[in-house]
Design a protein around this ligand. Structure first.
Ligand SMILES: NC(=O)c1ccc[n+]([C@@H]2O[C@H](COP(=O)([O-])OP(=O)(O)OC[C@H]3O[C@@H](n4cnc5c(N)ncnc54)[C@H](OP(=O)(O)O)[C@@H]3O)[C@@H](O)[C@H]2O)c1
Length: 259
């Protein structure tokens, strides 16, 4: 990605950006010159990320501690951002979790939990952001989905279904938002490794099996990195992607096989 400030003057919100993929998405948007709101529920993680990114990008980073899966909190944060800056240009719906139960006999509460965190939280964030973006007649919303929503891989079924629903929401809403000059896209990551993440845990618990899985199922034979996802999000948020909407970008080292 180039080093110019392709996102200068833009205001961005990345839900769930105190750790992992969301943190790197925030980093890439900051590198583009955007002002970025970080969010998370753990004060310690949020402060740590805020402090390290503020050192690199003084006056560009803001933070918000809270649960960004419910409408009241989301609406309150967007109102604050709008009051402080007058516009909200880029919204990245990144919150999600693949932790669920495998197999067919999944109880209601785990189905509901997965739909809440992986699907409805993103729908709510998108809907509340569109209130401001339709008024401004511009904006870019990017959803972090998963290869599990694109193809059948051995992911827990509630997670796969929630991410597939998210892609359908994006695809169906993008043409409506396009009438207001707003772009909506998704990024579907493959297996992304970072310290403390899901794949770090799998590597510790079962190193050989996990290494073999990556070697046998991912043509590029490596894990993805949060930078692989962050740089794609920066591109989609920028004017370089001004003709792209309603699209899902799979970033998976070739793992998915469908056309
Ligand atoms: N890791 C992968 O290999 C992979 C692959 C495909 C897709 N994805 C998708 O990529 C996204 C990010 O995954 P990740 O692995 O980076 O997740 P992660 O390590 O669990 O990080 C999630 C981030 O979201 C925050 N968060 C979670 N729930 C929240 C809530 N209700 N309100 C506010 N913040 C919340 C977390 O902080 P707190 O816990 O402190 O709130 C953290 O900052 C997810 O949508 C995931 O499904 C990941």
């Amino acid at each position: 990605m180039n080093s110019t400030h392709d996102l200068a003057e833009k205001v961005a919100l990345v839900s769930g950006s105190s750790r992992g993929i969301g943190k790197k998405i925030a980093y890439h948007l900051l590198s583009g010159g955007a002002k970025v709101y970080l969010t998370g529920r753990s004060q310690e993680d949020l402060d740590q990320t805020y402090n390290s990114l503020s050192e690199q990008f003084p006056d560009q980073v803001c933070r918000y501690l809270g649960d960004l899966s419910n409408t009241v909190t989301i609406a309150g944060l967007l109102k604050t951002i709008h009051e402080d800056h007058g516009h909200i240009d880029i919204v990245v719906a990144n919150i999600g979790s693949g932790r669920s139960q495998s197999g067919w006999d999944v109880p209601d509460n785990l189905w509901e939990e997965s739909m809440q965190i992986n699907f409805l939280s993103a729908v709510r964030l998108s809907r509340e952001s569109l209130r401001y973006m339709t008024e401004a007649k511009s904006g870019s919303i990017i959803f972090i989905a998963s290869v599990a929503g694109v193809e059948t891989i051995a992911a827990p079924v509630p997670y796969a279904c929630a991410k597939a629903a998210l892609l359908s929401y994006m695809k169906n809403t993008a043409p409506i938002a396009a009438r207001y000059g707003i772009r909506m896209n998704a990024v579907s990551p493959g297996n992304v490794f970072f310290p403390g993440g899901t794949w770090d845990k799998k590597m510790r618990e079962n190193p050989e099996q996990t290494r073999n899985y990556i070697r046998d199922t991912v043509p590029l034979q490596r894990f993805g990195t949060p930078d692989d996802i962050g740089s794609m999000v920066r591109y989609l948020a920028s004017d370089a992607a001004s003709f792209i909407t309603g699209a899902d970008f799979v970033v998976d080292g070739g793992q998915t096989r469908s056309l």
